[in-house]
Write a protein that binds this ligand. Sequence first.
Ligand code: TYM
Length: 338
Amino acid sequence: MRIVSGIQPTGHLHLGNYLGAIRNWVRMQDDAEKAGGDCLFFLADLHALSMPHVPAELSANTRAMTAALVACGIDPDRSTLFNQARVPAHAELQWLLNGTARIGWLNRMTQFKDKSGKNREGASAALYTYPVLQAADVLLYQATHVPVGEDQKQHLELARDVAQKFNNDYATPDAPVFTLPDPIIPSSAARIMSLRDGGSKMSKSDPSDMSRINLTDDADTMMQKVKKAKTDAEPLPSEPAGLEGRPEARNLVGIYATLADVSAADVLRDYAGQGFGAFKPALGELLVEKLGPINARFVALKDDRAALDAILDKGAEKARTLAKPTLDATYDVLGLCR
Ligand code: TYM
């Protein structure tokens, strides 16, 4: 078992990232150890170049996101924690895989369509080839499992297609170069929605900070954001089916259920018939209870630049060693003389 996943160091770690992915990363550290495997988690700083960015913010965010991951429970002594830019094998393998990935596959990627918007001709080439770098990220380490939120599913399907085609074209069935990775997507919380609009996902790039709970928000801010979250005027139903057609209500109940590790039906059993005037303060308190300790650990670590750089240096050294055999094998089967 080899678990690999990444997060872009743009903006703050938010509740969608945490419940959709990072909480699973933390839990999978134990699973991997029990199975005799290991975990690699990284800051996808190379992916951040796909959108306009401010260089000084990227380096500050890379360290801040490292502090946030450690605060969430990623243990750099048990997991390999690093940033892509310190491990050139990611960019190298991307180029080697560009010969295998098909234009038609990239044209189908919904994230490219969403992020490029109406100005497709003006989008960066990096935004277009982004999924090939993501394939390289996981194939480089022979990942077996990749814990992500729902929005990354299509990218991982592409990674599997790239691996399969590459193995078919350049390897023999008894000695494949790449392992086909399985995405691990939580059954609940796969898609946490914006607090301002139940129809769009909670995202780092939403211009409204009120749309998301950041793990760096203090208790008062979290409470305020929940109280101001968009809702409807109906009381909560007694069954999850009653949340159909009520995306904002469904989102808040889903967040409560996931944080409390219970089902939506359990939450509705306690709050059926009650309005948001009662439910929102309860949700706010639960958020503060669960995220408060993470926030405190983040605050204690975030300005310790030397400690954060030491974590990333150590992680990168390990990642470079783990990446080498697959990178060498890829150059080799492609017939490149080195
Ligand atoms: P990123 O940085 O957008 O998000 C990091 C993780 O958080 C999940 N996520 C969500 N889950 C539920 N609800 C939401 N509203 C929500 N928003 C984000 C994402 O699914 C993701 O798991 N391309 C990736 C980073 C990446 C990567 C990789 C991931 C680069 N290489 C290799 C896995 C494997 C991204 O931009 O995630």
